[in-house]
Design a protein around this ligand. Structure first.
Ligand code: NAD
Length: 264
């Protein structure tokens, strides 16, 4: 989407280390000359920190997700969800002032369990490190498989380069509306069989995870960790909610991948 919106207000979500705090102060000094700081109703949310700070930012503004646009500046090594490095903060200020932005939308996952409904930018994980977790997987209410192992992970295209990648899942172009189910240390032998490979589904699918017992298991939603109830029932689908990211630089998905994983 080419953005025609005029950005008037902003907020900063900052990692609580000295470098990020100092950088946030410098940014504020510059931005306050042409934008108004409004933590409650910002047009732009600037994440200062790492990929984890961007995840936190999206969760913080989830109730305003339709009207807020996110952009990130990285204070560590270059992150995947952040377009600017720490020494480029004046360029970020100039780019915001210029206003020639694009907005790109990224699909979120929606997960419901007994504790409530949550949204994920990266992934939803059901993990059990205390004992092997047994769960039945249903796709659109149709029984698919019984999984045994440490857990299962459902990732968005954005999250495909995060935990999902460590699990051997595929990297998926971030503009697609797909979700990917990957196993976390699945047990496979003559008696126990599950798909083993990652499974890619689309917006028409809902995945349901049912178990005799979720004792000791957690539900991971990006950086959040939620204790599951013993007799929980977990449903995951692509949400109609999307996170909107500001883009001033034309970085292709291929470039982003090369920058993060291939160039030394
Ligand atoms: P964090 O900020 O320390 O993040 C862990 C690592 O994941 C960092 O290197 C971060 O840059 C990277 N990362 C996060 N989102 C990414 C993305 N979309 N694409 C590429 N890299 C990404 O930890 P946190 O604040 O708890 O963040 C939670 C996220 O960390 C989870 O959503 C999960 O995807 C990721 N994570 C990954 C592993 C793993 O790969 N084994 C383990 C735990 C958590």
């Amino acid at each position: 989407i080419i953005g025609g919106e005029v950005m008037k207000t902003y907020a900063i979500v900052c990692k609580q280390d000295q470098e990020s705090i100092t950088l946030s102060e410098k940014l504020k000094e510059q931005l306050n000359t042409f934008l108004t700081y409004n933590e409650k109703e910002p047009d732009i949310v600037i994440s200062v920190g790492g990929d984890g700070t961007m995840l936190y930012s999206v969760h913080k503004y989830i109730d305003a997700i339709d009207r807020v646009a996110f952009i990130g500046i990285h204070t560590g090594t270059l992150g995947f969800l952040t377009d600017y490095q720490r020494d480029e903060y004046l360029q970020l200020v100039l780019d915001i002032q210029n206003g020639q932005h694009r907005i790109y939308e990224r699909h979120l996952l929606e997960v419901s369990c007994l504790e409530g409904t949550y949204f994920a930018l990266n992934e939803v994980r059901i993990e059990n490190n205390r004992r092997s977790q047994v769960m039945d997987v249903y796709i659109n209410d149709e029984y698919f498989e019984t999984f045994r192992g440490n857990g299962l992970c459902v990732s968005t295209p954005v999250g495909s380069t995060a935990y999902n990648k460590s699990l051997g899942g595929a990297v998926i172009n971030t503009c697609t509306g797909l979700m990917q189910l990957s196993e976390i240390a699945g047990i496979h032998h003559n008696a126990y069989r599950s798909l083993g490979s990652s499974l890619i589904l689309d917006q028409s699918h809902t995945i349901r995870f049912q178990s005799q017992s979720y004792q000791g298991a957690i539900l991971g939603v990006d950086h959040l960790v939620i204790d599951l109830k013993d007799k929980d029932c977990i449903c995951v689908k692509m949400s109609s909610k999307k996170a909107r990211f500001l883009q001033y630089r034309n970085v292709s998905f291929t470039q982003r991948l090369k920058r993060a994983y291939l160039n030394s």
